[in-house]
Design a binder for this molecule. Structure first.
Ligand SMILES: [Fe+2]
Length: 280
């Protein structure tokens, strides 16, 4: 009897660093088919960041690919694609994006933060402009047991206004009040996920640990940020035009690294809607 040929699309990938990042080597057609969607989601949760080197998706293809992976999250001001640039002539959110130069996760002001962001590189900076990522699942998992017990139930006030001082030490009162109007929110320091895994919730909106005196609070936040963003848990992606990079927003932090603001660096972003609250 002749053997029946079974064609199965298999996700091809390789690890970038031991604790974070995988390169996905599957073709554009395989990605758009949706046949790999479950495997991609699984790999994303395990590795934090997935890089699809020079896969060169158009905007429509990026939207299509995003929709194969989960619930597509449109932009709040309309449209499906958000243009990430610090060049004010190219995007209306350049001012807001200044905070993206510091470690953060997206959506700390929401009950349910986005699951993932997907960025496509359209133009690279003449210098700098890598995107840094760190794995906050791995950072939690590798903490000493004693420290885990100490911090497991701490709660942290997250304030967008506090992050203004990172890039503008002496803001006007009007600016401060404008940022304060965005609100603030108490979040657990340790996110207990449905899966049973835990990750750290940190970043430039993490303002103070509740119930702890200010100096100790700063020590906890700075110490954990230093640990989570250390070489061991992090990866800095150097962009090539056409690269697509996706991160699990619920188990990583990210930041843009400094670059030539006049070079027109441009990334196009799509998002997957969140599926899990900070307070599971
Ligand atoms: Fe961000």
């Amino acid at each position: 009897m002749p053997a029946t040929a079974v064609t199965q699309t298999v996700l091809r990938s390789e690890e970038i660093r031991p604790a974070i990042g995988s390169r996905v080597l599957s073709s554009k057609q395989e990605l758009l088919s949706g046949a790999l969607a479950n495997d991609i989601r699984e790999l994303l949760q395990q590795r934090g960041v997935l890089v699809f080197p020079e896969v060169a998706l158009s905007d429509d293809e990026q939207i299509e690919f995003t929709k194969t992976l989960g619930k597509f999250q449109p932009e709040p001001r309309g449209g499906d694609i958000f243009k990430v640039t610090l060049d004010a002539s190219q995007g209306s959110s350049a001012e807001y994006l200044k905070g993206s130069l510091y470690w953060h996760l997206d959506g700390t002001m929401n009950d349910v933060p986005i699951l993932a962001s997907i960025l496509s590189s359209k133009k690279v900076a003449s210098w700098g402009g890598n995107t840094g990522f760190c794995n906050t699942y791995a950072a939690w998992e590798q903490l000493p047991e004693e420290q885990k017990r100490e911090i497991d139930d701490l709660r942290v006030m997250h304030s967008v206004w506090a992050s203004v001082f990172y890039y503008e030490p002496e803001p006007s009162l009007a600016k401060l009040k404008g940022m304060q109007a965005i609100g603030e929110r108490e979040l657990p320091l340790v996110w207990k996920h449905r899966s049973g895994r835990k990750s750290l919730i940190l970043g430039c909106t993490a303002h103070r640990v509740l119930g702890v005196e200010p100096a100790k609070s700063a020590e906890i936040i700075v110490g954990l940020r230093e640990w989570a963003t250390s070489e061991r848990f992090s990866y800095s992606h150097e962009w090539k035009v056409g690269d697509l990079v996706m991160w699990d927003n619920t188990g990583t932090m990210h930041r843009a690294e400094a670059y030539d603001l006049n070079s027109g660096r441009m990334l196009h972003r799509t998002k997957l809607a969140g599926e899990e609250s900070f307070f599971e």
